[in-house]
Ligand binder design. Sequence first.
Ligand code: ZN
Ligand code: ZN
Length: 243
Amino acid sequence: MHHLLPGRCTMCCGSLIKQEKCICQSCIKELPWLTTQCQRCSVPLTADALCANCQLELPTYRRCIAVFSYQAPIDTIILHLKNDPYAAEIKQLTEHLVERIILSYHQTHTPYPQLVIPMPLHWKKMTQRGFNQSHIISRLLADHFLLEHKTAISIRTDLCQRVTHNPAQHTLDKIQRSKSIKNAFAVTAQAATTLKGLSIAVVDDVVTTGATANAISGALLNAGANQVDIWCLARTSWNTSSQ
Ligand SMILES: [Zn+2]
Ligand SMILES: [Zn+2]
């Protein structure tokens, strides 16, 4: 119905002007944009730097590109996506992710990854939910890249599987989470021949501690990928990541 009725902002209910999508410009401005962050894992920091965790041990991925800090109202919008895969806000937020991705590769003079892999869900979770929200974000992202930037993005969901079904991640603390995630992903020998020497981007909705991102990136690198970047809508900050 949103597309049929004269537009109202889904956040403030104010009228939308013609070129606005479903969140109005003033609500977009108020979102918790990620500004200063860790240059590697993208955790929000007060200045651009390498965070203490990354100084201690660098993650296996090359960098994490995130748009928002995972706090209100972004957390509610993303939670909503887990129940409604066609939430119009997600399309709009994903377009901002694309802009940030473009800027990041442009600034570092690096080519785009050759393959995009949506963060895999374990089959049990997939059956429970009926869809993988990271795959939906990947498809929106690929559509926008093609439509607005004439860039084809190739998505593969068959190369890497999640093989362990963990208890709800939020019930575990950071150390437990990092242990439970180890060996969570598997790449078949056949998939490894496809991955060999390629640069990969893994798409996720939210990166929480970075342990999952680190685990899948490690698995892809072990299978022969050349490098792995993480693209996500939101990054959790330290003060909320262990809750
Ligand atoms: Zn609004
Ligand atoms: Zn970091």
